[in-house]
Write a protein that binds this ligand. Structure first.
Ligand code: ZN
Length: 159
């Protein structure tokens, strides 16, 4: 059922299955990394890699929650105050048909956050995308190194 009320943030109805799907997949990937991959790292780099992964996980989850929970909707008084303080031009606003509201500096409506990405929540969104990308690249590099290491330990059978 579609509501005609203005949505405040990503946790307002209607909720989307994508926002829960991405969270469940991310938690499964990170849990899988710590349970399966992390325990196979025997080098001195293990502690550093574990700390980096824990920090990236916290950054991703906090930024996901911040980007989804902030109301990016336009508030003229707020925009005028920011302009008065920073002298930065007020970004143009666009109307989101899904959230039924104007958003200053609207980038897009993110189905994974179930929220608009605009000037107010662009910083956590930007940090979320970069920290998530860095973490997945790190997992890929560690996976390739571990696979090579495990392959090198396998006895070679001569025929
Ligand atoms: Zn929206």
């Amino acid at each position: 059922m579609h509501s005609n009320a203005r949505r405040t943030n990503g946790f307002d109805r209607p909720l989307r299955c994508e926002q829960f799907f991405v969270l469940v997949v991310y938690i499964c990937v990170v849990t899988g990394y710590f349970l399966l991959v992390d325990s196979f790292i025997f080098s001195k780099a293990r502690v550093a890699l574990t700390i980096v992964n824990v920090v990236l996980t916290i950054v991703v989850l906090v930024c996901w929650y911040a980007a989804a929970s902030i109301d990016p909707g336009s508030d003229e008084t707020d925009a005028a105050f920011v302009y008065y303080c920073t002298r930065r031009p007020i970004p143009p606003k666009k109307f989101c048909k899904l959230c039924l509201k104007d958003v200053h500096g609207m980038d897009h409506h993110c189905v994974w956050l179930n929220n608009c990405v605009g000037a107010k929540n662009y910083q956590p969104f930007f940090l979320l995308t970069w920290s998530g990308t860095v973490q997945m690249l790190l997992h890929t590099v560690i996976g390739v190194f571990l696979t090579q290491e495990l392959a090198a330990e396998q006895p070679v059978i001569d025929r």
